[in-house]
Design a protein around this ligand. Structure first.
Ligand code: LLP
Length: 425
């Protein structure tokens, strides 16, 4: 039913539903996704890249509703496990619009991808070539791309940079590993190499690394043309488009990116006398990150000599990003209007370690107290998809809001779920 509640003073409404009402209805912690915002972001990408294939990177967050929304908005899917594949296909997503990634694909990943008929498989290491060819079998056919490493450093944190040679993904262009692997792929009649793939990293806020990646990959395409007479028809530039997590920060504008990539690609291909390849992009964070907000209740407020700690009912099990990458969020008080002066506080979680910090040194109203509701905006990407079972607290539910209605998409992990996974003593 549509929300009829009068918003309380200080309340924040998303998708026409007061957030405090969602917290009352589904409990906390809860993740709230604004369906229209997800869809709008898909449309922005489709408009910015009208000739390109836009794949949503499912690792940012996947559930059945997301699969439906992506299908309806005309996006494809970048998946990296049998789990993501299975969820998408059993929800009705066309497998040919999916691309399978992974630096270490399990036998189950490959078997599932081939059984379901995934569109393309991205080869990430030399040892995968023979394994995939054998799995496809003589007389079989599978489209593949090869993930190349352009030697470009970009991304919001060292742990999410994948464009440099000294990391685990892909095959280096400068060391010749990419060229070597491509020659071996060309020897496998059941593998059809359609193009190159290159994912630089994540939370990139400038178009420059993408421009450099276009030059580098087209350079490789030109050499492959000379050496093998090969004309590759696709270029997948990966994802990594940065977003703003706090007021005042800037993300990467998809329209500006599309514009620069188009110009650069046309010039590089003209210089190399190659046809312009069909472009593929794989945004994850930029589709779903800003459309999500995490809601928590404050359970305790504690003053120490150094700080004021505001402890909430979630933490690093539903959002490991501050602990992993030092990411900073801007939590806010929801559902109550406060006229108290702002105070500097540190918002922490409920987990059994001192590093369980959600937001260090942020401003909240000085009268913040147990029972208050806090919202952490920009929580749609890489929160729940990276959630853990730490301390057996159970993963939070996901609700969607649209046109004044809220509905549950993913239920809370219950004590029953936790108990029934154990099958032996
Ligand atoms: N394509 C490939 C091959 C990827 O590995 C990724 C992300 C993407 C696309 C999407 O990147 P996005 O547009 O979402 O930045 N857990 C980290 C982010 C790891 C990204 C891993 N790969 C975080 O919370 O910041």
């Amino acid at each position: 039913p549509a929300s009829t509640a009068e918003p309380r003073p200080g309340d924040l409404t998303v998708g026409g539903v007061p957030l405090a009402e969602i917290a009352d209805r589904f409990g906390t912690p809860v993740y709230v996704l604004d369906e229209n915002e997800v869809r709008d972001r898909c449309r922005t990408y489709r408009h910015a890249f009208p000739d390109a294939e836009v794949l949503y990177a499912a690792k940012a967050f996947l559930c059945r509703a997301m699969v439906h929304w992506m299908a309806e908005e005309g996006l494809g899917l970048d998946v990296c496990s049998a789990g993501e594949l299975e969820l998408a296909v059993t929800t009705g997503f066309p497998p040919e619009r999916m691309v399978l990634h992974g630096n270490a694909k399990s036998p189950q990943d490959l078997e599932t991808a081939l059984r379901l008929g995934v569109g393309r498989i991205v080869i990430d290491s030399p040892s995968e070539i023979a394994r995939l060819a054998a799995a496809v079998g003589p007389g079989g056919h599978q489209k593949v791309m090869v993930r190349v490493v352009p030697g470009i450093s970009a991304g919001g944190h060292e742990k999410i940079r994948t464009g440099t040679d000294d990391q685990k993904f892909g095959l280096s262009i400068s060391d010749g590993y990419a060229q070597h692997a491509i020659a071996r792929i060309l020897d496998q009649p059941q593998l059809e190499l359609t193009g190159l793939h290159c994912h630089l990293g994540s939370q990139i806020t400038s178009v420059k690394p993408y421009v450099a990646a276009v030059r580098r990959t087209v350079g490789l395409m030109a050499r492959l043309h000379e050496q093998h007479g090969l004309v590759l028809s696709e270029l997948d530039l990966g994802g990594g488009h940065g977003i703003a997590y706090r007021p005042g920060e800037e993300g990467l504008d998809p329209t500006a990116l599309a514009h620069r990539v188009r110009i650069e690609l046309a010039e590089a291909c003209a210089a190399a006398q190659l046809p312009v390849p069909h472009v593929i992009i794989e945004p994850g964070r930029a589709i779903v990150g800003p459309a999500g907000i995490a809601l928590y209740h404050v359970l305790a407020v504690k003053h120490t000599g150094e700080r004021v700690f505001v402890a909430v009912d979630g933490g690093m099990s539903d959002n490991p990003r501050p602990a992993l990458y030092g990411v900073r969020y801007a939590p806010r008080l929801i559902g109550r209007h406060s006229i108290a002066d702002p105070a500097r506080v540190t918002v922490v979680g409920r987990h059994c370690e001192a590093g369980d910090i959600l937001a260090a040194d942020v401003e909240l109203p000085g009268d913040v107290r147990p029972g208050d509701l806090l919202g952490v905006p920009v929580a749609g990407a890489y929160h729940l998809s990276m959630a853990s079972g730490y301390n057996l607290v159970g993963r939070p539910p996901v609700a969607a809001v649209r046109d004044g209605c809220a509905r549950l998409l993913v239920r809370r992990e219950s004590l029953d779920d936790i108990r029934t996974r154990d099958v032996g003593v």
